[in-house]
Design a protein. Structure first.
Ligand SMILES: Cc1ncc(COP(=O)(O)O)c(C=O)c1O
Length: 407
């Protein structure tokens, strides 16, 4: 896991030179595109600070990154910044998820929801094309703690849902899950699109892939795995040196990770990564007006988003990012120690920055005052979570801890 940090000067030079390689609506004859730079009445282009602001300059230039830029030729008008996106995809696949030397495919999506749906869509098409699977023979397997984008995907793609139960205390997949899979097989399901969590939304829990593959192999199931690292992708691989959730795992086909969570990039920076040979299953042949056609769910999307993620990763470099994660984990540990002292029960994965407190142990008014997120807004919650992000300072945690007591 290594990528070089770039100086601010080098980042500016790379982004501005990419923008220069893009089509510039001001200087080239562009008659056919249904787009332009941002409205100049509102976003004026001669603001003096823009020369020092590569991301804002990219926003104003408004490059469209429609299509997939790791796969084939794309719209040449935005070639310069598309190359930055392609570099970002390889960087994430190889340096965060231990990809090998070969290239990977992927793109910067609107968010984790889209990246998960893209992954599930691709695996559905894979089973349909390679095994002539019928929709009713394919199921989406996910855990009780998985994000709601899974039922959303199942509904959109007409997939049967198989929900694996977890232990209420440990959030570990419970032994009943094996029986759930066995029943699904008996009911006629032949193909299993399986989602493994790298950091669940509410608990930050990480599924044991070996447990899942053991059940699936014992039942001789035909399955493929997508890892939802929307939240955990920018923290867990940096914290757990023995992570089994990498591209080296033969059954893992793809990952979701979100820039707009841990990385603090703007919204619209979900990332979908896949092994080579799979993006093609999402080809929309009819995308004739797009050079290179379209392989993504979204269609047009802002190139500035990919630049924002790339800039953050290049500013820190891998070592800088690891340091930042280390500090966040230390802060999380301190919070846990103090909760322990107060006898307040919580769940926490030691490699994650989420602490989920049992709702019946603390005063709900304090939970609301500090905007702890409940597991449900309908009725009484069972849990409240704290996510130790950059803005969650030691001081803020101390204030919370001074007020909170075990009920
Ligand atoms: C684990 C997980 N997956 C997917 C998502 C969906 O991400 P987005 O809101 O960017 O679509 C979230 C959002 O919280 C998440 O926590």
């Amino acid at each position: 896991m290594y990528w070089e940090p770039y100086s601010n000067k080098r980042i500016k030079k790379t982004v501005f030179s990419a923008l220069e390689q893009n089509l510039d609506y001001r200087h080239k004859p562009v008659l056919g595109l249904p787009a332009s730079y941002l409205d100049t009445e509102v976003f004026y282009q001669d603001a003096p600070f823009l020369k020092d602001a590569p991301f804002l300059s990219a926003m104003i230039a408004n490059p469209n990154h429609i299509g997939c830029h790791t796969l084939n030729e794309s719209e040449s008008a935005f070639e310069g910044t598309q190359k930055i996106e392609a570099e970002l995809i390889q960087l994430c696949a190889k340096e965060i998820f231990s990809g090998k030397d070969e290239a990977y495919d992927g793109y910067v999506a609107s968010g984790g929801t889209e990246a998960n749906i893209q992954a599930i869509w691709i695996l559905k098409r894979y089973f349909e094309k390679e095994f002539k699977a019928r929709a009713e023979e394919i199921a989406l397997v996910f855990t009780q703690d998985a994000h709601y984008s899974m039922p959303k995907a199942a509904s959109l793609l007409s997939l049967k849902k198989i929900i694996l139960p977890v232990n209420e205390e440990t959030r570990v997949l419970s032994e009943e899950s094996g029986a759930v899979l066995s029943k699904a097989k008996e009911s006629g399901i032949k193909y299993f699109i399986t989602v493994i969590n790298m950091g669940t939304t509410m608990f930050g829990s990480v599924d044991d892939i070996d447990l899942v593959t053991k059940w699936m192999n014992n039942l001789d199931l035909n399955y493929m795995i997508h890892v939802d690292g929307a939240f955990g992708g920018f923290i867990y691989p940096f914290a757990d040196p023995d992570s089994r959730l990498t591209f080296n795992h033969p059954k893992i086909n793809s990952f979701t990770l979100d820039g707009h969570k841990m990385l603090q990039s703007p919204y619209g920076t979900g990332i979908y990564l896949t092994k080579k040979g799979f993006m093609e299953y999402a080809l929309t042949e009819e995308a004739n007006y797009v050079k290179g056609k379209d392989y993504t769910l979204i269609g047009s999307r802002s190139g500035a988003n990919a630049i924002a993620v790339w800039m953050i990763m290049r500013t820190y470099g891998s070592e800088g990012w690891k340091m930042k994660i280390r500090k966040l984990l230390e802060k999380t540990e301190r919070l846990c120690e103090q909760l322990d002292e107060k006898g307040i029960s919580y769940y926490r994965n030691p490699f994650m920055n989420i602490v989920t407190i049992k709702a019946n142990q603390i005063d709900s008014r304090i939970a609301n005052q500090y905007l702890l997120v409940p597991d449900t807004h309908d009725g009484n919650p069972n849990w409240y979570k704290i996510v130790v992000m950059d803005h969650v300072t030691h001081g803020l945690l101390d204030r919370f801890l001074m007020e909170v007591n075990k009920i």
